[in-house]
Design a protein around this ligand. Structure first.
Ligand SMILES: Nc1ncnc2c1ncn2[C@@H]1O[C@H](COP(=O)(O)OP(=O)(O)OP(=O)(O)O)[C@@H](O)[C@H]1O
Ligand SMILES: Cc1ncsc1CCO
Ligand SMILES: [Mg+2]
Length: 258
């Protein structure tokens, strides 16, 4: 959906969040115009999925015992055709990849949002990482396309250059906003934004719009502040104030088709 539609429809975004960044994730959903809810109680899943427009599963602080509940959550969303976004934090670490493999084989994730190292794992390509951060170099457009073909999901690869691919079309936004990488959780919040923008229907365009929203708000914040603490607050303000026309112009100017 477009930003004005998002603000009108206030999509309910159910975040199965990590315990590091839920406040940032909830606020980003809120200031853009959506409505966040965080939960992890299996007894609540049926009700919550029936009320939600998007489900965002973040495995950042996941415990292995949560796997059956998470599969159940995504299966419920699949039954109601509610979009599911997966944020597979540091999935390339071998012990972390085991439960994610089960998750994606037993339930259908529609969109996977991760940094280059996380997405490279789905593509079966080596890419250097350091904990939650991607540190390597590689052909990110190729990696995103390959990951989309292997998983059947839309891939939203974030970084200096963002890439969105469904395995056929591949789209890039190469706008460098280094301060976005200084705040832990902008990626988590981006995954929730992707959920919100895809709340009415799942598409490459809606995913591009969500990625462009974070880049543009970050770019605007960078023009006003220069350090990470102020940047975090300014980013929320820029998301809150973002004019739809500016976002659509930014997409026209910055988006390239590979
Ligand atoms: N070097 C960079 N230059 C420009 N923008 C960046 C850079 N690195 C990240 N970003 C932007 O930061 C946002 C988050 O992406 P990132 O790849 O850092 O996610 P992440 O590694 O999952 O972060 P986190 O785990 O801290 O939430 C995206 O909007 C992305 O475009
Ligand atoms: C730091 C950290 N550790 C697990 S999740 C998380 C937040 C970034 O995804
Ligand atoms: Mg992350």
């Amino acid at each position: 959906m477009k930003l004005s539609e998002l603000r009108q429809q206030t999509p309910l975004v159910f975040n199965y969040a990590n315990y590091v960044t839920p406040q940032l994730v909830a606020n980003v959903v809120n200031v853009i115009g959506g409505s966040p809810i965080m939960a992890r109680e299996i007894e609540e899943f049926k009700d919550l999925v029936s009320l939600s427009d998007a489900i965002v599963v973040n495995t950042g602080t996941w415990q292995r015992e949560e796997l059956p509940a998470t599969i159940k959550l995504i299966q419920l969303a699949n039954q109601t055709e509610t979009v599911v976004v997966l944020d597979p934090v540091a999935v390339a670490i071998p012990s972390r990849s085991v439960p994610v493999k089960s998750l994606i084989s037993e339930s259908q994730v529609n969109i996977i949002r991760g940094n280059a190292a996380e997405i490279a794992w789905f593509a079966d390509v080596d890419f250097a990482s350091h904990g939650i951060d991607a540190t390597g170099d590689g052909d990110v457009a190729y990696i995103a396309k390959l990951a989309a073909q292997k998983t059947g999901a839309i891939i939203a690869l974030s970084g200096k250059k963002d890439v969105i691919s469904d395995g056929e079309s591949t789209i890039s936004i190469a706008t460098d906003v280094p301060l976005l990488a200084t705040n832990v959780g902008t990626g988590d919040a981006l995954s929730a934004l992707i959920g919100a923008f895809n709340g009415d229907s799942i598409s490459l365009d809606n995913t591009v719009r969500a990625m462009a929203t974070m880049k543009l708000a970050g770019l605007k914040a960078t023009k006003k502040v220069a350090t990470p603490g102020y940047f975090s607050n300014q980013l929320l303000d820029e998301l809150y104030l973002l004019p739809e026309e500016e976002l659509e112009d930014f997409i026209k100017q910055e988006v390239t088709h590979d």
